[in-house]
Design a protein around this ligand. Structure first.
Ligand code: ZN
Ligand code: FE
Ligand code: FE
Length: 279
């Protein structure tokens, strides 16, 4: 949800279309840095009368950050930018910040994963211990040299950081589909989650990005589509909406939308409709 006009405005936008969960950026998502949040902005958000109507609010990191960056300046910027966003998210009392693990840019998967692990350690080492916001690594489509398209990548990062308790995971349906996981039927979707559970652990799962995919399974191309209009098909979404294990897991849309939020309304209606529809 857009934070135009301040983070507290996102609450109003979300509630105007009856969202019960919300994902926001903590600043402009195409910029490295921003001035710090002022106390007034923090309290406008924390003390907003409608804030309690949202059962879950969390953040997504900006798109420039690459913890596996090979260019020293890019890498330094990434560390500083991520630290600052974690601080902002913590000031807004958000439980986690979703992050794409990073792109190795030709250095190779292992070197990239090592660099990500080392970067996460440095970021957390530099943060105050009282900062509670965790980092939610997101499954990715594996576009270009992006890591995180195999569950093994996320597991490897979590297993090797110094403070694994500060990490959790966000699963994006469009990304896992584009990465090659089969979601064609209820059974196959359950199988994907069983694999996720075996490799990463469902206990690490804190959020679901429910997006359909414009691109084909295994294309490794990340293009989100409105629910039911892409190549995933409704069965996977029905399976997720009805699975009791995911009842308390916040589900957010990252589908194309205009200022009026009409597309969000339609997508939410489609998803909620799947709760009741016969399978
Ligand atoms: Zn993302
Ligand atoms: Fe996502
Ligand atoms: Fe995406």
């Amino acid at each position: 949800m857009s934070i135009g006009g301040g983070a507290h405005m996102a609450i109003e936008r979300a509630r105007s279309i009856k969202c019960t969960a919300m994902q926001i950026f903590v600043k402009n998502n195409m910029q490295w840095f921003a001035r710090s949040l002022e106390q007034g902005e923090i309290s406008a958000f924390l003390e907003h009368a409608q804030r309690a109507e949202l059962h879950s609010v969390f953040a997504h990191a900006n798109y420039l950050i690459n913890l596996a960056a090979t260019n020293p300046q890019f890498h330094a910027n990434s560390l500083r930018s991520l630290s600052e966003e974690l601080v902002r998210a913590d000031q807004l009392e958000l439980p986690f910040l979703v992050l794409h693990p990073g792109a190795h840019l030709g250095a190779g998967e292992e070197a990239g994963l090592d660099r990500i692990i080392e970067s996460i350690d440095r970021v957390f080492a530099g943060l105050p211990k009282k900062a509670k916001t965790r980092l939610a690594l997101e499954t990715t489509a594996g576009q270009g040299s992006c890591l995180g398209h195999r569950f093994e990548h996320l597991a490897h990062i979590i297993e090797n950081v110094r403070e694994p308790e500060r990490l959790c995971v966000c699963l994006d349906t469009a990304h896992v589909f584009a990465a090659g996981y089969d979601l064609a039927t209820d059974k196959l979707t359950k199988r994907m989650f069983a694999e996720f559970d075996r490799i990463v652990g469902l206990d690490r799962l804190v959020a679901l990005h429910l997006n359909d995919s414009k691109t084909a399974r295994g294309s490794r191309v990340d293009r989100h589509e409105n629910i039911g209009k892409g190549q995933i098909g409704l069965e996977a979404f029905r399976c997720i909406m009805r699975d009791r294990r995911f009842r308390e897991i916040p589900k957010v849309l990252e589908t194309p939308k205009g200022k009026e939020l009409k597309e969000d309304v339609v997508n939410m209606r489609t998803l909620r409709g799947l709760l009741a529809s016969p399978s």
